[in-house]
Design a protein around this ligand. Structure first.
Ligand SMILES: [Zn+2]
Length: 240
């Protein structure tokens, strides 16, 4: 989930008192306010489908409705007071520019009224008093989803920070797990080899050496974290 535009300042929050009743959405304005932000590009907050582009309502003005569906259920996100629409009904991608900010309808200065409906209303253009039942606080909706998106990592998730050493392309979690298993097998094999070699070593017993002579065998270096350990440490923050 992304914000429809940034940076912004909030002119009116969800359920603030307004002249017509509790405010059912969130009024977003450019940082300088007034009409400085007319024409600001408005983006789709997430993948979805434009189900309505309706012009000239006396209250909501040019009104666009974006239908979205996810683990949170179904939502209808309304963009009101638009200057103009840049898409027609149909599927859109998150971040796609869909309209420009305006002051159409009952609005003195350019701003975006964004609201989030939990149910499909009988009439898109009629104000609904029953704010608690039908609407969700857009700020909570936008924030909640963005956190959720960060946390959902499946076997198919591409991790851009980790690239395949051969193809140089980002790897999926599943492939990373496979690669770790390969390394584990290889390291087990190397450890076994090393143990075999270490077992031969005691035949050159230190007590047999004349005093004062340096040990012909290289001194053992304290064990460093294995390559696998390093990789694991690097991966932990991504795949746990
Ligand atoms: Zn509003």
């Amino acid at each position: 989930m992304i914000y429809p535009f940034e940076p912004f300042k909030i002119d009116q929050r969800f359920k603030d008192k307004s002249f017509y009743g509790p405010h059912e959405g969130l009024d977003l304005n450019g940082p300088s306010g007034g009409n400085t932000d007319c024409g600001t590009l408005l983006k789709a907050v997430c993948d979805g489908e434009i189900v309505l582009t309706s012009e000239g309502d006396k209250n909501y003005g040019n009104l666009l409705v974006l239908y979205v569906k996810g683990s949170f259920g179904e939502r209808w996100v309304r963009y009101a007071h638009c200057e103009r629409f840049l898409v027609e009904v149909g599927k859109v991608k998150q971040g796609q520019v869909i309209a420009t900010m305006g002051r159409s309808g009952n609005s003195t200065t350019c701003h975006l009224h964004l609201d989030v409906l939990k149910k499909k209303p009988f009439n898109w253009r009629r104000y609904i008093q029953n704010v608690d039942d039908l609407f969700e606080d857009p700020l909570i909706f936008l924030e909640y989803k963005s956190k959720e998106e960060e946390l959902v990592i499946t076997d198919q998730t591409l991790i851009p920070q980790i690239v395949d050493p051969f193809s140089g392309k980002p790897m999926e979690v599943q492939a990373i797990r496979g690669k770790i298993a390969d390394y584990e097998r290889e390291i087990t094999h190397l450890r076994r080899k090393l143990d075999e070699l270490s077992n031969i070593k005691p035949s050159v017993a230190s007590s047999d050496q004349p005093e004062g002579m340096s040990n012909p065998l290289p001194t053992m270096v304290p064990a460093k974290p294995s390559f696998l350990d390093q990789i694991k440490r690097w991966f932990t923050k991504f795949i746990g």
